[in-house]
Design a protein around this ligand. Structure first.
Ligand SMILES: Cc1cc2nc3c(=O)[nH]c(=O)nc-3n(C[C@H](O)[C@H](O)[C@H](O)COP(=O)(O)OP(=O)(O)OC[C@H]3O[C@@H](n4cnc5c(N)ncnc54)[C@H](O)[C@@H]3O)c2cc1C
Length: 227
């Protein structure tokens, strides 16, 4: 043992999104250059939040099961992402053998507030999809389906279909308390000459996409190492 750092692997946070999906009645396929996540928008479920807590993604295609399920024909999808999740998971070693896969348990939706925001997100995404602007292209609702109406039914849809936005952060949290893993210069507590420079140092997940913040951490690390 070089350093007993109990915070390593704890505090795993991720963004989760859940979709409403519709058939399209037009026959215009997405542009070959489409990045699929063509549109985005931010709004508040909790008006007291300092910044939006809900993000929409608009896809001019079916987006189901990470994009792997593709029904016949054309569709469109609107995803709702809970930007400030309260759920916390973890990553652990499975054994003393470093070649064994780690055990990753994100504990998605373990906080009720996360489910509530996504339930509200589904309702608002439905409002958008059912608006007049979509009348000329909107076909049948594939997800969650017209028969899904009550809060409990919408929550069931979220539990069954929501999946990662691929934004894991937080498992080597920055701070100066006992469970913090790195200090504010990214140096690992208790280990000489070792820094961590990735999204794992983030104490709390950013309320937006994580790629630019990850690059910011890397650039900051480079400048501090050069100091
Ligand atoms: C499918 C997908 C889509 C995404 N879309 C977006 C998006 O549209 N917008 C956005 O903002 N973010 C997006 N993200 C998230 C974004 O890519 C990540 O937040 C960001 O790349 C995290 O950076 P990182 O440096 O923490 O980790 P990574 O980018 O995963 O870098 C970790 C690096 O460590 C290396 N590595 C791992 N183990 C070892 C080892 N033992 N020794 C040496 N090297 C090792 C890996 O090869 C890798 O190069 C997406 C992620 C995924 C997976």
């Amino acid at each position: 043992m070089v350093a007993d750092s109990p915070g390593v692997g704890r505090n795993l946070q991720d963004h989760l999104f859940a979709f409403v999906v519709y058939e399209r009645t037009d026959d215009e396929p997405p542009a070959p250059t489409s990045n699929i996540g063509e549109g985005a928008g931010y709004t508040y479920v909790d008006d007291d939040e300092p910044a939006p807590d809900l993000q929409f993604h608009f896809c001019p295609t079916y987006y189901m099961n990470h994009g792997f399920d593709n029904p016949e024909g054309l569709g469109f999808s609107i995803g709702s992402t809970q930007l400030r999740p309260e759920s916390r998971g973890g990553v652990e070693v499975a054994s003393a053998d470093p070649t064994d896969d780690p055990v990753v348990d994100p504990r998605y939706l373990s906080a009720d507030s996360d489910l509530e925001v996504l339930r509200e997100g589904i309702k608002r995404a439905r409002e958008i999809a059912r608006s007049e602007a979509f009348d000329s292209v909107r076909g049948e609702e594939v997800w969650p389906g017209e028969d899904v109406e009550t809060d409990a039914e919408i929550e069931e849809h979220v539990r069954e279909t929501a999946h990662t936005v691929y934004h894991p952060v937080g498992t080597c949290r920055m701070g100066d308390d006992e469970s913090a893993v790195v200090d504010d210069r990214l140096r690992v507590h208790g280990v000489e000459g070792l820094r961590i420079a990735d999204t794992s140092v983030m104490p709390k997940i950013p309320s937006g996409n994580t790629n630019a913040p990850a690059i910011a951490v890397g650039e900051r690390a480079a400048s501090m190492i050069g100091d």
